[in-house]
Design a protein around this ligand. Structure first.
Ligand SMILES: C[S@@+](CC[C@H](N)C(=O)[O-])C[C@H]1O[C@@H](n2cnc3c(N)ncnc32)[C@H](O)[C@@H]1O
Length: 301
């Protein structure tokens, strides 16, 4: 390329190229990719539209654009995202936290606000992935509940390594203990007492639905984080089966569910003996969160 390849010219070319590859927000993605290659934010990029690009800069832009054209998620290419207004590192092999999951954190916050936990109460995040939920909760309650302890489990080593990094980056490493553990065996977590709350955004996509996912998800995100058997409900079965033994009296189980799963998961919770079950809709009116509470302890005679 010659000096005629200015930032603006590359931006226009990249936008058209990504649009041709079926990317739904080609201009924004082009800006973020070029900005990343040039270590500039979007405003910084606008301010240097006429700047000619060096060959090394063009090479780096080409590399990033080729990855996006291959439908790799933008967040994996940039290496970071935001969740609950906090910065998160993301790496291929670990699910990218979704804005939808903030509804689950809002619900956790609402329930904990109703009666702030006792000093030694514990929270459990099942399938922590990047650590998004555990870190958002710890960050929100760190000041008001300085002794708070969140246990965060995942079967994936890669996820736990990333989650530990994100906890440090967000200054909540002291509030979270990470364990490698299968959600089928919550009794193997070395917890001092039953949990005040168990929260989870588990895998919930059915085997049939997997084939319909966007290439960004199907070809690049870990299937371990997504797929949950023929009916997508296998993780909820595991969590409901263990809820009464893992929760303290009046403790909450709160989970994110797929778009059509709320009724079945609520029924499952009721059949498992949970009370005060509820659903919470997201901002598009889809029931996204289901919760239930373990019964209060029988009074001692
Ligand atoms: C949908 S992702 C959620 C990640 C993160 N909590 C979030 O909301 O962004 C589900 C997570 O559960 C983990 N997982 C899958 N099967 C598991 C199992 N049997 N036991 C524990 N974790 C599991 C996956 O590795 C993945 O990190």
């Amino acid at each position: 390329m010659t000096e005629s390849w200015t930032v603006l010219k590359v931006l226009r070319w990249t936008t058209d190229y990504l649009a041709g590859k079926g990317i739904s927000s080609p201009r924004l993605d082009a800006e973020l990719l070029i900005g990343s290659a040039l270590t500039k934010d979007r405003v910084g990029l606008y301010l240097c539209y006429d700047q000619p690009l060096e060959p090394a800069e063009l090479t780096q832009i080409r590399r990033l654009v080729a990855r996006r054209a291959n439908r790799e998620p933008l967040q994996y290419i940039l290496g970071h995202t935001e969740f609950w207004s906090l910065p998160f590192k993301v790496v291929p092999g670990v699910l990218i936290p979704r804005a939808d999951t903030e509804i689950l954190v809002e619900e956790v916050e609402r329930l904990l606000e109703q009666s702030l936990p006792a000093a030694d109460d514990l929270i459990l995040d099942v399938g922590t992935g990047s650590g998004a939920i555990a870190i958002a909760i710890a960050h929100t309650f760190k000041q008001r509940w300085p002794t708070m302890q969140v246990d965060a489990i995942d079967v994936s080593d890669e996820a736990l390594t990333l989650a530990r990094h994100n906890a440090e980056q967000n200054q909540v490493a002291g509030q979270i203990r990470f364990h490698q553990c299968d959600m089928a065996q919550l009794n193997q977590i070395d917890a001092a007492k039953p949990y005040r709350m168990i929260v989870s955004n588990p895998p919930y996509i059915t085997t049939a639905e997997m084939t319909e996912l966007m290439p960004e998800v199907l070809d690049h995100e870990p299937h371990l984080a997504l797929e949950a058997g023929d009916d997508g409900l296998q993780c909820y079965r595991l969590l409901c089966a263990q809820a009464l033994s893992a929760l303290q009296p009046s403790g909450w189980l709160v989970v994110e569910v797929g778009a059509t799963q709320a009724e079945e998961v609520q029924t499952m919770m009721e059949q498992a003996g949970l009370e005060q079950t509820f659903q919470r809709q997201d901002y598009s009116g889809i029931a996204r969160v289901v919760g239930g509470r373990s019964p209060v302890a029988a009074p001692k005679l």
